[in-house]
Design a protein around this ligand. Structure first.
Ligand code: SF4
Length: 392
């Protein structure tokens, strides 16, 4: 990676000439018209549908989002149905997408639209920006895609495309650089908005221009090995001309990952399994999971839970659960932000009194568990139970 001082366009000089902007915009619009993927949310101008897709697409790939979006739009097709839905229904439809605050904010925003906008989706950038969970990017995406307004967007794909088109070598996470990228994104979408009529083709130009930047970043201007030979704006791309497209954007190295170890128990009692709901203030609030606790970070604590006796002690001390008959069930690894988590699930039997069992959580059959919204990792434990011999 290069520093911001070693070449390329600095933030203060990155403004494109009018003719370059017009060439870029015309080429991007023409390319988008013939090469855009046929995605379900691109077949509508309904702001609700576009809003749902934009929130789902944050941190999540298109191919993962498509079935979620289809299910959601069938179950909750408009603001009114989302505002009135049971919170567990909303979480169940979101189950597996992660970052569950997004789902909760969607429902809060729908309720706010119902009470403050008479159920009608707000149509201005400023009004959309006031909705819970909606930031500058999402407000710009909805304003431009649903209402064809000249509002800019800047997400990871667009940052990559713009830093390369203008050979911006400084780190885009720096405030001044980021603001300059917003300015460039605005100039491009405003150029689309102001294109001479003969170029307009009756297309929603602001919508298509913004989507073309995202699409180019997803399909052609990829993080590694960009396909410059197939790129519609290659002739105007400063980084390509300088032979350093693959070096941009200049992002700092990622924070070092931290290892964490969690032990979960699938506890059987009278043909049912014990689950608990995560508390309101916790990450993944209100989702369900098998009882679990993190093993401490010091090496002595990590060995502490490795024998059957120590598993019993761990369950008693960390979770207040009297357990016996441990058997390893599944070990899985997953990542949340900078944490690399190893989750070890063990089967176990309840050895306490039945009265105490009532206070430990909810005891449900496997069939009943499937109706609940689980965290992704614990959903995998539940699926694994189906493939192994379960007696309850
Ligand atoms: S020419 Fe290459 S680096 Fe430049 S925008 Fe196109 S794909 Fe990206």
């Amino acid at each position: 990676m290069r520093s911001g001082k070693t070449g390329g366009v600095t933030p203060a000089t990155a403004s494109p000439s009018k003719s370059k902007s017009q060439r870029l915009v015309s080429a991007l619009l023409a390319w988008f018209a013939t090469s855009a993927r046929d995605l379900p949310w691109r077949r509508t101008r309904d702001p609700y549908a576009i809003w749902i897709s934009e929130i789902m697409l944050q941190q999540t790939q298109v191919k993962t989002v498509i079935p979620y979006w289809n299910r959601w739009m069938t179950a909750l097709p408009n603001v009114k149905s989302l505002a009135a839905a049971a919170p567990q229904t909303v979480l169940k439809l979101w189950e597996g997408l992660g970052y569950y605050t997004r789902a909760r904010n969607l429902q809060r925003a729908a309720q706010l639209i119902t009470t403050q906008h008479n159920g009608r989706f707000p149509e201005t950038f400023d009004a959309i920006l006031t909705l819970p969970g909606v930031g500058r990017y999402t407000a710009g995406a909805i304003s431009s895609i649903a209402f064809n307004q000249p509002a800019p967007i800047l997400d990871g794909n667009v940052i990559r495309v713009i830093t390369r088109l203008f050979d911006i070598a400084a780190n885009p996470k720096k405030k001044a650089v980021n603001e300059q990228l917003w300015t460039l994104a605005r100039e491009l979408v405003e150029t689309a908005h102001n294109l001479p009529e003969q170029c307009a083709d009756n297309l929603p130009r602001c919508s298509h221009l913004n989507q073309s930047l995202m699409e180019l970043g997803a399909l052609i201007c990829t993080p590694q090995n960009p396909h410059c030979g197939e790129c519609p704006v290659q002739l105007d791309c400063a980084a390509h001309r300088a032979g350093r497209a693959a070096e941009l954007p200049n992002l700092r190295p990622r924070t070092k990952a931290t290892a964490r170890r969690v032990i979960a128990f699938v506890i059987e009692h009278n043909g049912r399994l014990l689950v608990r709901q995560r508390p309101t203030a916790a990450v993944n609030a209100h989702l369900w999971e098998f009882p679990n606790a993190e093993v401490g970070h010091n090496p002595a604590a990590i060995t502490h839970a490795d024998s059957r006796d120590s598993l019993a002690q761990f369950a008693r001390e960390q979770l207040g659960l009297p357990l016996t008959n441990f058997a390893p069930l599944i070990t899985m690894r997953h990542s949340i932000t900078r944490y690399r988590i190893t989750l070890e699930a063990h089967r176990a039997r309840w050895t306490g009194k039945s009265n105490a069992a009532k206070n430990a959580g909810r005891w449900l059959t496997v069939e009943e568990l499937h109706a609940l919204a689980f965290t992704s990792a614990h959903r995998k434990i539940l699926k694994h139970l189906q493939t192994t011999a379960v007696t309850c």
